[in-house]
Ligand binder design. Sequence first.
Ligand code: ADP
Length: 395
Amino acid sequence: MKKALLTLNAGSSSLKFALFDADFGNNPLASGQVDRIGPEGTLRLKRADGKVSTLLPGSLRTHEEALQTVIGVLRSEFEGLEVAAVGHRVVHGGTEYEAPVRLEPEIVTALEAFSPFAPLHQPHNLAGVRAAFAAFPGAPQVACFDTAFHRQHPFVNDTFALPREYFRKGVRRYGFHGLSYEFIAGELQRIDPVLASGRVVVAHLGNGASMCALQGGRSIASTMGFSALDGLPMGTRCGQLDPGVMLYLMTEEGLDAQAISDLLYKKSGLLGLSGVSNDMRTLETSQSPHAREAIDYYTFRIRRELGAMVAALEGLDGLVFCGGVGENSARIRAEVCDPMAWFGISLASKANEQNAQVISDASSRVRVMVIPTNEELVIARATTRIIFGDERALA
Ligand code: ADP
């Protein structure tokens, strides 16, 4: 087979991957993910024809093992597989990295310095980089940063009202989900260039969730800030929280940094509020009143943050939903939009039920859209551009 490009997105306990071949255009040859890296890890593989298989290979205990197993599975699927380049999602690029970069050992070392800013993501991203260097010693590797798309924010959207020295030390709002927003901005430009030149809020609603204010396709504000905890409530993350709560947890409840981190990243959000699940599909079918309240809080906070984004943009022309919830849940989209009728948002209920591309009706002042996001494609495009100088040069 021809040379292929591998994209990797290593999370704290998961490893997402996609294998691209230029002949297949934008569709990967295969994609999938390892979940629950550890003794109970599973590997899900989706082939280009849409067939999905779940494997329990038993050798998914560490990120290194997971990558080796993924490579083994891909090699047995694609005879003669030659990985020509590897593209990585790296959560944090600090203030230095405003664009994807070819990884050299000294850059990997420099990126380690950002681990304290994203302790639950960055070390795993870099473990994926190291594992890929070991697995493909000859293949060039590229890092694509979640923060990069947000690097042009005005000062007021980047700072906290702390003494200046903290801003200089890097305590500032970075914003995340940048690869997803970059993809949506590009799609919007292709689908509706007039809207793309205006004021658009994108709501990326997946396990992690955030919103981004786009002005002429550039990010000017994000609900995520210094960490991926801020803004919207998520599957297991709290979203915006009064910092006084953390002081109380420390002084009165005796929680240390590790316990607070566990609470805010893993036990809060939809899971914490509902006591049922972090998964929106489960909550939507649950009879529990707490599940109902968790959904109410979720959609309320999306509307509240939408108001903040509108203020940053000084108006709103379009609202785009993406991510697992945003792309698939007509109910959540309706529960976000219907109470915003006063603002000129009006959904076409049938189009919404069908997850159509445009889900607002003709009377809506704001165009509401559903655009499936594709972070892997952003990584693949950036990697081919940097390594081969041309997005379609793999053929
Ligand atoms: P990640 O952030 O891990 O990439 P996804 O973008 O895949 O996550 O989003 C996962 C979320 O999407 C889960 O809460 C899941 O329940 C939700 N989801 C997926 N399909 C639907 C659906 N049809 N209705 C409601 N929620 C859905």
